[in-house]
Write a protein that binds this ligand. Structure first.
Ligand SMILES: [Mg+2]
Length: 94
Protein backbone atom coordinates (compact mmCIF):
# COMPACT_ATOMS: atom_id res chain seq x y z
CA UNK A 1 0.00 0.00 0.00
CA UNK A 2 1.43 3.41 -0.96
CA UNK A 3 0.81 6.68 0.90
CA UNK A 4 -1.93 7.74 -1.49
CA UNK A 5 -3.80 4.49 -0.91
CA UNK A 6 -3.35 4.92 2.84
CA UNK A 7 -4.71 8.45 2.60
CA UNK A 8 -7.70 7.35 0.52
CA UNK A 9 -8.63 4.76 3.15
CA UNK A 10 -8.23 7.42 5.87
CA UNK A 11 -10.30 9.87 3.84
CA UNK A 12 -13.16 7.41 3.38
CA UNK A 13 -13.12 6.59 7.09
CA UNK A 14 -13.25 10.31 7.85
CA UNK A 15 -16.16 10.86 5.39
CA UNK A 16 -16.18 14.61 6.02
CA UNK A 17 -12.91 15.24 4.20
CA UNK A 18 -13.43 12.94 1.23
CA UNK A 19 -15.01 15.61 -0.96
CA UNK A 20 -13.42 18.75 0.50
CA UNK A 21 -12.50 21.58 -1.89
CA UNK A 22 -8.91 22.56 -2.67
CA UNK A 23 -9.16 25.62 -0.42
CA UNK A 24 -10.64 23.63 2.48
CA UNK A 25 -7.98 20.96 2.01
CA UNK A 26 -5.23 23.57 2.26
CA UNK A 27 -6.83 24.89 5.45
CA UNK A 28 -6.91 21.34 6.87
CA UNK A 29 -3.18 21.07 6.09
CA UNK A 30 -2.43 24.40 7.80
CA UNK A 31 -4.54 23.36 10.80
CA UNK A 32 -2.52 20.15 11.17
CA UNK A 33 0.76 22.13 10.97
CA UNK A 34 -0.63 24.23 13.83
CA UNK A 35 -1.28 21.03 15.80
CA UNK A 36 2.38 20.03 15.33
CA UNK A 37 3.32 23.40 16.83
CA UNK A 38 0.85 22.87 19.67
CA UNK A 39 2.32 19.43 20.44
CA UNK A 40 5.84 20.90 20.50
CA UNK A 41 4.74 23.81 22.67
CA UNK A 42 3.00 21.46 25.08
CA UNK A 43 6.04 19.17 25.24
CA UNK A 44 8.48 22.00 25.87
CA UNK A 45 6.51 24.23 28.17
CA UNK A 46 3.40 22.29 29.27
CA UNK A 47 1.39 25.21 27.91
CA UNK A 48 -1.93 24.41 26.26
CA UNK A 49 -2.55 26.92 23.53
CA UNK A 50 -5.44 25.39 21.60
CA UNK A 51 -6.35 21.80 22.28
CA UNK A 52 -4.90 19.65 25.03
CA UNK A 53 -5.37 16.51 22.89
CA UNK A 54 -2.50 17.52 20.57
CA UNK A 55 0.42 16.15 22.60
CA UNK A 56 1.91 13.52 20.29
CA UNK A 57 4.09 15.32 17.75
CA UNK A 58 4.62 12.15 15.70
CA UNK A 59 0.87 11.64 15.41
CA UNK A 60 0.45 15.27 14.32
CA UNK A 61 3.24 14.96 11.73
CA UNK A 62 1.38 11.96 10.29
CA UNK A 63 -1.75 14.13 10.06
CA UNK A 64 0.30 16.74 8.13
CA UNK A 65 1.37 14.07 5.62
CA UNK A 66 -2.21 12.84 5.24
CA UNK A 67 -3.44 16.39 4.67
CA UNK A 68 -0.70 17.01 2.10
CA UNK A 69 -2.11 14.01 0.25
CA UNK A 70 -5.61 15.47 0.67
CA UNK A 71 -4.49 18.71 -1.02
CA UNK A 72 -2.83 16.74 -3.82
CA UNK A 73 -5.96 14.63 -4.29
CA UNK A 74 -8.14 17.75 -4.47
CA UNK A 75 -5.80 19.06 -7.18
CA UNK A 76 -5.78 15.67 -8.99
CA UNK A 77 -2.03 15.38 -8.39
CA UNK A 78 -0.25 12.06 -7.83
CA UNK A 79 1.84 13.05 -4.82
CA UNK A 80 3.46 9.61 -4.51
CA UNK A 81 4.75 9.98 -8.08
CA UNK A 82 5.80 13.60 -7.54
CA UNK A 83 7.77 12.67 -4.42
CA UNK A 84 9.49 9.84 -6.28
CA UNK A 85 10.32 12.10 -9.25
CA UNK A 86 11.71 14.74 -6.92
CA UNK A 87 13.74 12.19 -4.99
CA UNK A 88 15.19 10.80 -8.21
CA UNK A 89 16.00 14.28 -9.56
CA UNK A 90 17.63 15.43 -6.32
CA UNK A 91 19.52 12.21 -5.66
CA UNK A 92 20.94 12.08 -9.21
CA UNK A 93 22.54 15.54 -8.83
CA UNK A 94 25.43 14.18 -6.76
MG1 LIG B 1 -4.01 16.38 14.19
Amino acid sequence: MNYRQMFQRYSINKGWIEHASVDDSILFLCSEVGEVCDARLRGNTSLIRNNEREVDIGDELADVVFMAFKVADALSLNLDGIIMEKFNAKSSLR
